[in-house]
Ligand binder design. Structure first.
Ligand SMILES: O=C(CO)COP(=O)(O)O
Length: 256
């Protein structure tokens, strides 16, 4: 059986209540392929999770953008995995490069701990990996993404609730998308890494999605690549073209 296409919309730190309602209406009115063929998961900021949950169509799902590394308690400003479960939020994005680097210096070990804890609480995880431009130019792309993936693999045995998101840092929010060949190369290397380090079954079934300046115009060519199992979309997930990105899942079906 093929891997089900996955399209995540990471809204990052954007939106007002009115804007969020408008995006949800746009999503609710859209005609998209059936949930048997594509998982659609939108990720609003924490404060909008309840309203999005109450308004969003039932065939789309919701992710938080982060959660605390362990059980909640005296950690001002954090939100725990237990709280997300309590709210009925099934997914969480962990290890996004904006948190690894720009904001909080989250280390790969810390991200690995978060992934393991969130899974243990019953959440599904979109785990992000990716290299900086400097790392790509020095030829260490694979070493970097393998080390980030290893920090997860060291702590997790069951990969069935993980989607791996390859997001090259240089492509995020820059308009500089990886070419389909560049994305395919890293995805296929990651799958090989999973094969060698987590087993054939994990490699064959784990979805590896691409993120970084995906839009309505470039999604089809990327989706056509055999190891690109979907997308994690930032800026374009706030716009109507997100629907076109969801529809790019049909390319996969026709190429099966
Ligand atoms: O970071 C991303 C998704 O998590 C990608 O962001 P952009 O699509 O805005 O480049």
């Amino acid at each position: 059986m093929g891997r089900k296409f996955f399209v995540g919309g990471n809204w990052k730190c954007n939106g007002t209540t009115d804007e969020v309602k408008k995006i949800v209406s746009m999503l609710n009115e859209a005609e998209v392929p059936s949930e048997d063929d594509v998982d659609v998961v939108v990720s609003p900021p924490f404060v909008f999770l309840p309203i999005v949950k109450s308004l969003l169509r039932p065939d789309f799902s919701i992710a938080a953008q982060n959660c605390w590394v362990r059980k909640g308690g005296a950690f001002t400003g954090e939100v725990s995995a237990e709280m997300l479960v309590n709210l009925g939020i099934p997914w969480v994005i962990l290890g996004h490069s904006e948190r690894r680097r720009l904001l909080l210096n989250e280390s790969k070990e810390f991200v690995g701990d978060k992934v393991a804890y969130a899974l243990s609480q019953g959440l599904k995880v979109i785990a992000c990996v990716g290299e900086t431009l400097e790392q790509r130019e020095s030829g260490s792309t694979m070493a970097v993404v393998a080390a980030q993936t290893e920090a997860i693999a060291d702590r997790v045995l069951n990969w069935s609730n993980i989607v791996l998101a390859y997001e090259p840092v240089w492509a995020i929010g820059t308009g500089k998308v990886a070419t389909p060949a560049q994305a395919q190369e890293v995805h296929s290397e990651l799958r090989k890494w999973l094969h060698e380090n987590a087993g054939a079954e994990v490699a064959a079934t784990t979805r590896i999605v691409y993120g970084g300046s995906v839009n309505g115009a470039n999604c089809k060519e990327l989706a056509a690549k055999p190891d690109v199992d979907g997308f994690l979309v930032g800026g374009a997930s706030l716009k109507p073209e997100f629907i076109d990105i969801i529809k790019s899942s049909t390319i996969k079906k026709s190429s099966l």
